[in-house]
Design a protein around this ligand. Sequence first.
Ligand SMILES: [Zn+2]
Ligand SMILES: [Zn+2]
Length: 309
Amino acid sequence: MFVWPIRPIKAIKWIFVEFLFPWGFLFIGLAIFSWNVLTPEIDSSGPPSLGFMGKIWLKNVLLLGVLAGSLHWWLYSRKRQGDTFKFSHRWLSKKSTRFLWSNQTYDNVFWSIVSGVTVWSLFEGITLWAWISGVSPQATWPAHREYIVALTFVFFFVSSSHFYLIHRLLHWKPLYRSVHELHHRNVNTGPWSGISMHPVEHLLFFSMFFVWWLVPVHPVVIILTGFFKGLGPAVTHSGFDRVLVGGRQIPTGDWFHDLHHRHFETNYGNIEAPFDWAMNTWHNGSNEAQRAMVARRKLQSGASEGKPS
Ligand SMILES: [Zn+2]
Ligand SMILES: [Zn+2]
């Protein structure tokens, strides 16, 4: 997408065939279904009710449970494809004191549901309520059809840019040690590691919802925000590049982000946002990128010790 001279046909093909297919389209479809069928009635005459927020939380717990639960069951409980397409040869930890109950999966499920889905649902609920109440700017269907379709696709790039910025902030030492370290306990990730984060990280991670308090939006895009940020990481942290189902290969893992879990100081963003490339923290998994990262680290440690670099 970012090559010069620009290659628009190739870029558009990459966005639709490789980047959004299948998960992006699945989340868009699920958001349309969720808005029309699963979202409870919203009463705009007062503040959002506890019952309304509870139903949103339950819906999100069920969806994350089905997605992360079935990926975990297929890949880790049943080990249906062994370590074919697995990024690491190690399996999820069952006896490390780094994790609650010394079990990585139990720990990840706890943080994902108790804190992750709660913050996600709270932000989704109040943003939907603000839209219905007319507190936030509205784009309505079909009056603003073209705008909503364009926003649906632009959203993915805005969200990735937001992720880069908050993630870079989370690697600031005081925040890393007290907050982000919890997500990084998962050097080797599984589907439940996706949104296994400290509550403060959840507040920052899901703050993307508040963009919709300023930018005109349709509720489908509000719900899509939750799915891309809340469900997407279950897929990208699956630990497997592909899932084999009935002889078909379904793309799942995110090698780019997996390298971030291994090396910490590379790949703060996603491949669809060029920040890592611009900030010289890009690691594509090659030996050359590995050597560049090691050289960068030496330079940084030399500089911090006051040595000539
Ligand atoms: Zn991660
Ligand atoms: Zn990180």
